[in-house]
Design a protein around this ligand. Structure first.
Ligand code: FE2
Length: 336
């Protein structure tokens, strides 16, 4: 008797379990320390199990395209507006209409088919023994002949620089952007190599006078307990570029729901969850970035120290319009 009740109860749970055991499949090109908490909390709140596939952005896009209508992927997460735009151009996203997301995420950080969840700034770092502060207050100044032999950046074909180029075209026009790229290349201390952290280290070492880097690389060094990182940070200064004009160029991490998502309801819930206070803090702080929801506070010593700045308010989805042009301009200028 007892056994039979238990069995039927289990059966009932089994059935309910199947209905409630909603799942969500995330393809992510982002991986950070706080991700376990980020995804774990969503499952705790909703009972929806998350399956994650993490790989490089191009591999994931290739996979989504190959899987086509049979793709199990519900959500695609990646970094950089131009990469999100590229994914969007492939037609993989389905637009999501959500009052919660519209209320929480500022309009300029939403694109028609995807949402931004954290921001990073492209900052200027310089060595005060090699260049003066007033020489490096804007991106435009990096092309000034006064900085000949002083400038370092990573490759011009990297999405971070292409997005910056796209913003320069939007604000100053293609002709000015082309002149800028030529001037920048003429000022190089060395041919572009390495990542943003390598540029910061080279500035600290005096190999370069000035460089461009994403804010989270700088914040990572600032928060690092390693003595050599602290020494590097002590030898450089950081600038929020273009505070007197169009503001510092920002980029984003973002996500969207996929057109063939088998779990659309769960996918929308997840996109909304990412804009919640706790998720915003995990998502942004996991990589020393800023939350997109303005009321969310992040406890991060480096970000607090870097302080506030005027950010470019160009709609993030519009950067994509000029990325291809930025690539052509950079190619012509020999910015590789
Ligand atoms: Fe990066």
């Amino acid at each position: 008797m007892k056994k039979a009740v238990l069995a039927s109860l289990l059966a009932a749970f089994g059935v309910a379990g199947t209905a409630a055991a909603a799942e969500l499949n995330i393809y992510s090109a982002r991986h950070y320390q706080t991700d376990e908490q980020l995804y774990g909390d969503f499952t705790k709140q909703t009972g929806i199990k998350i399956n994650r596939i993490e790989a490089k952005e191009d591999e994931l896009l290739e996979r989504i395209r190959n899987e086509g209508a049979n793709s199990p992927a519900d959500i695609f997460i990646t970094v950089d507006a131009s990469r999100l735009a590229k994914a969007d151009e492939l037609g993989i996203f389905e637009p999501v209409k959500s009052e919660a997301l519209e209320a929480r995420i500022p309009a300029h950080l939403r694109a028609p088919n995807w949402f931004s969840y954290s921001t990073r700034a492209r900052v200027i770092v310089y060595n005060p023994e090699l260049v003066k502060a007033e020489q490096v207050q804007t991106y435009e100044q990096l092309a000034d002949p006064a900085l000949k032999g002083k400038v370092c950046t990573r490759s011009g074909s990297h999405p971070y620089n292409l997005s910056l180029g796209a913003a320069l075209i939007k604000h100053n026009g293609a002709e000015a952007a082309a002149k800028w790229a030529e001037g920048l290349v003429a000022n190089f201390a060395r041919a572009p190599k390495g990542g943003d952290t390598d540029q910061i280290r080279a500035v600290a070492a005096g190999e370069c006078g000035v460089a461009i880097a994403n804010s989270y690389y700088l914040a990572r060094l600032m928060n690092s307990p390693r003595e050599e990182d602290q020494r590097a940070v002590a030898s450089i200064q950081a600038v929020w570029p273009n505070q007197q004009s169009w503001g510092t160029h920002i980029n984003v991490s973002g996500a969207g729901m996929l057109k063939h998502a088998p779990n659309k309801e769960a996918a929308v819930k997840f996109l909304e969850y990412l804009a919640s206070d706790s998720a915003q803090a995990y998502f942004a702080n996991g990589n020393n970035e800023w939350p997109v929801v303005p009321t969310v506070k992040v406890e991060n010593a480096a970000l607090t120290k870097l302080g506030e700045f005027k950010a470019d308010t160009l709609p993030i989805g519009e950067l994509a319009d000029t990325v291809a042009e930025a690539q052509r301009i950079f190619d012509r200028a020999g910015y590789r």
